[in-house]
Design a protein around this ligand. Structure first.
Ligand SMILES: *[C@@H]1O[C@H](CO)[C@@H](O)[C@H](O)[C@H]1NC(C)=O
Ligand SMILES: *[C@@H]1O[C@H](CO)[C@@H](O)[C@H](O)[C@H]1NC(C)=O
Length: 437
């Protein structure tokens, strides 16, 4: 969830105008704040962070609405004796990135948060951003001082969301803290971690358990140094030119979250394009990947959007009938569309041959998760931003960019930037993939 929040915050910070132009700025801020409120509650002492609520074995016996959960829900934490540098590091990165995003949209934050009517204490953007940053600094210090993998501390986590390293999260956290504070101690530490954990090699992917591509791009943005720029370029060139593809052109990295992987790469390469490296090439690459998901592949993979969208996402709450009808396993096995439309959710996606089944039971094709949506969300916002920039550049008499002349590109750029963060929840079953770190 922290990794999801960092990606959403990065997109919100970079593409604020796109969110504003689509009327989604307030929703995006609330979606990120929903997560930061949760992290702040979980961070009960400087060196204590709750990282899991619930027991997987009990939770997975249940299919239904989250508000109907009534099994025992134990909670698990990391602390100085049972450290988790990956979990604390990513949570620090998320809170630092969110603090920047909130500060940059202070007026919209104040309007969105004072009007949300949840009874939560009302705060203003500056006070809340300061609070996020205080927690981020403490969590980074905790992550850096007490080293370890969180899944050794938290029962059951290894089975579902194993973490393989923490060097990337420590570097990522330090880089985001430098960006949020301008305190060069953090940049020195980020560069030190980068060397020490040997992060310069070209990664194959960018996702919650492998942040290296993001680390390379953000260090390139922060320092302008050729070492990081070259690394970012190597990753995006590899992804655009040599990564395995499906026959219809989707890059193919893993069968779990095929679309998430492609969208994450699209987003990080849009960030690389902002540096001016091969920007036309990376923008076209990102546009092509995202448009595949929105309909260019022959169908939409986004619930509630476009042509022939998924109707049976593997998502418990949206499979339930309206209240007061009860909901349970019969909703899982029932034929037909989910009664509730989980608008904006990106499903896991097709296999390496573009083959896909819209069946609720088929979680390999049809699961939805928080981390599946995050990079996609930010990439869509990035494409909308490029279109806005092109429109600005075209005023008053300049020639219009290619996006304006190609109808199939226009269609994708019109997608509403729906923020679905608070409505998604982890669905049942285990896999070594998810959104915990
Ligand atoms: C909650 O627990 C009780 C038994 O303790 C059970 O009868 C009930 O069906 C459960 N679910 C809901 C939604 O109340
Ligand atoms: C950091 O410094 C840069 C350059 O002076 C400035 O643009 C930026 O706003 C500063 N950021 C913070 C968080 O103070």
């Amino acid at each position: 969830m922290a990794s999801t929040t960092t990606l959403l915050s990065w997109g919100l910070l970079s593409y604020r105008d796109a969110y504003a132009a689509s009327g989604q700025l307030g929703n995006a801020i609330k979606a990120v704040k929903w997560a930061t409120d949760y992290f702040i509650k979980c961070h009960v002492a400087p060196n204590e962070l709750y990282g899991q609520v619930g027991d997987f074995n009990l939770d997975h016996k249940f299919w239904g609405r989250p508000e109907d959960l009534n099994m025992t829900r134990p909670s698990y934490k990391i602390d100085a004796e049972h450290p988790g540098s990956d979990l604390a590091g990513e949570t620090a990165a998320a809170l630092a990135a969110a603090s920047l995003a909130f500060r940059a949209s202070a007026d919209a934050f104040d309007a969105a948060v004072t009007s949300d009517g949840t009874g939560a204490p009302v705060t203003d953007a500056r006070t809340y951003a300061d609070l996020c940053l205080t927690h981020a600094k403490q969590l980074y210090h905790f992550a850096s001082t007490y080293r370890g993998l969180y899944h050794e501390a938290i029962k059951g986590a290894a089975q579902y969301y194993e973490s393989t390293d923490y060097g990337d999260e420590l570097t990522w956290a330090a880089a985001w803290l430098f960006k949020a504070t301008n305190d060069t101690t953090y940049l020195d530490e980020a560069e030190h971690h980068y060397m020490k954990f040997r992060l310069k090699e070209r990664p194959n992917e960018f996702f919650y358990n492998k942040k290296v591509a993001g680390v390379q791009v953000i260090l390139a943005q922060l320092t302008g140094r050729s070492e990081y720029i070259d690394a970012a370029q190597a990753f995006c060139d590899f992804s655009a030119d040599f990564q395995k593809r499906t026959p219809r052109g989707l890059i193919y990295i893993d069968k779990f979250g095929t679309l998430c992987h492609a969208a994450n790469v699209a987003f990080v390469c849009l960030q690389a394009a902002k540096l001016g490296i091969s920007h036309g090439k990376y923008e076209n690459f990102a546009r092509q990947q995202i448009h595949y998901m929105l309909g260019d592949s022959g169908r939409s993979y986004v619930v509630g959007f476009g042509k022939n969208p998924p109707r049976q996402p593997h998502h418990a709450a949206s499979s339930c009938p309206d209240r007061p009808s009860s909901c349970g396993w019969e909703a899982f096995s029932r034929r037909g569309a989910n009664p509730q439309v989980l608008r904006g959710a990106l499903v896991s996606g097709p296999d390496e041959n573009d083959y896909y089944e819209d069946q609720r039971e088929e979680y390999v094709y049809n699961e939805v998760t928080l981390d599946y949506n995050a990079g996609f969300q930010s990439a869509v916002a990035g494409l909308r931003q490029l279109r806005l920039n092109a429109e600005d550049g075209a005023k008053p008499n300049k020639a219009r960019g290619s996006e304006e002349t190609r109808p199939e590109l226009r269609r994708g750029a019109d997608v509403r930037i729906a923020t679905v963060l608070p409505t998604l929840r982890r669905s049942r079953r285990g896999r070594s993939q998810g959104n915990q770190s």
